[in-house]
Design a protein around this ligand. Structure first.
Ligand SMILES: [Zn+2]
Length: 107
């Protein structure tokens, strides 16, 4: 049975998915195709919006960057540098990169 349209369909209407226990997708092909089309449309819509509203998009990015910057407090960095977990160091490096990007944006 498809988890999306709740219709009982023959197994050949489901794509194979080796990650799943039953070896089949939970959604039928029809629903998957619909979903794919929708995400494609959404992508196109978003990139079109970006083209039509370059200023708004820039503002959007800035807002996001500002939020990111507010998250980086001295305590936060202190905690990060105390961590020996390489993931945290990587994360910290990512933030440094972000910092530079923000500075470039603000110039
Ligand atoms: Zn379905």
């Amino acid at each position: 049975m498809c988890t999306k349209c709740h219709k009982i369909k023959p197994l050949d209407q489901f794509n194979r998915d080796s990650r799943r226990l039953d070896g089949r997708r939970a959604q039928c092909r029809e629903c998957q195709n619909k979903h794919r089309v929708e995400t494609e449309k959404d992508k196109i819509r978003k990139s079109k919006w970006k083209q039509d509203n370059p200023e708004k998009h820039k503002q959007h990015v800035r807002k996001y960057m500002k939020k990111q910057r507010e998250n980086i407090t001295p305590q936060y960095i202190k905690v990060l540098t105390k961590q020996t977990n390489p993931n945290f160091i990587k994360c910290y490096q990512e933030h440094i990169k972000l910092f530079r990007l923000i500075n470039q944006l603000n110039q």
